[in-house]
Design a protein around this ligand. Structure first.
Ligand code: SAH
Length: 214
């Protein structure tokens, strides 16, 4: 199979596993996942598994990236915030679906390499920020959608505060050694939050601060 066939098969597999939103499936067909994994892992780029990246982190399993993206209900006019840039793959998928994406990574190396990669691949509507994502991105708030790709112990108030009324946030919640739940939070017009449990997941933890800074 060549790369194109591999990617088409990868998208069919997501569909078989229950991803229905055609726009989300198209985004997966469009973003070259092999460019976001480490060179040694390239042969596994289109298998449905999480893979190690630098700084002891992981690029999430494609099915989970797809399910989270579908749950976020992104439209072309949306301004989206992602916490946990990692390789930049999820940010690239969001960038195909949204107007503008801001993504925050606490590891400087990951932030810099994701920024360079996204620029090289032509994702001009993504801004990578090296900072503690638990604080959100106040300078650019409010956001129509927020996705967190590291597990929080509880839903961070700082982030829900940066969501527009009617906005949606998707995030894994739970401790590192527990079964975590993927949660969808909808902010009501009046500011209240509705919470839904979507599925069990496993993510690296959302950690406070930025390494190397006190
Ligand atoms: N979305 C990524 C995978 C995320 S792995 C991808 O598509 O490749 C989770 C990432 O969250 C890791 O890179 C980790 O360093 C980062 N992270 C953890 N806590 C964070 C925080 N408080 N602020 C910003 N990034 C954080």
């Amino acid at each position: 199979m060549n790369r194109e066939q591999e990617r088409a098969e990868f998208v069919r597999d997501l569909k078989r596993r229950g991803i229905k939103d055609e726009k989300v499936l198209d985004a997966f067909a469009h973003v070259p996942r092999e460019e976001f994994v480490e060179p040694l892992q390239e042969p596994l780029a289109f298998s449905d598994q999480a893979l190690p990246i630098a700084c002891g982190q992981t690029i999430s399993q494609p099915y989970v990236v797809a399910a989270m993206t579908e749950a976020l209900e992104v439209s072309p006019e949306h301004k989206v915030l992602e916490i946990g840039t990692g390789s930049g793959y999820q940010a690239a998928i969001l960038a195909v679906l949204a107007r503008e994406v801001f993504t925050i990574e606490r590891h400087r190396d990951l932030a810099e390499s994701a920024r360079a990669r996204l620029r090289r691949l032509g994702f001009g509507n993504v801004t990578v920020i090296h900072a503690d994502g638990m604080e959100g991105a106040g300078d650019y708030a409010l956001f129509d959608r927020i996705m967190v790709t590291a597990a929080a112990i509880e839903i961070p108030d700082t982030l829900t505060a940066q969501l527009v009324p009617g906005g949606i946030m998707v995030l894994p919640v739970g401790g590192p050694n527990e079964v975590q739940s993927l949660i969808r939070v909808r902010k009501r017009a009046g500011g209240g939050l509705d919470r839904e449990d979507l599925m069990a997941v496993r993510f690296v933890p959302l950690l406070p601060g930025v390494p190397g800074r006190s």
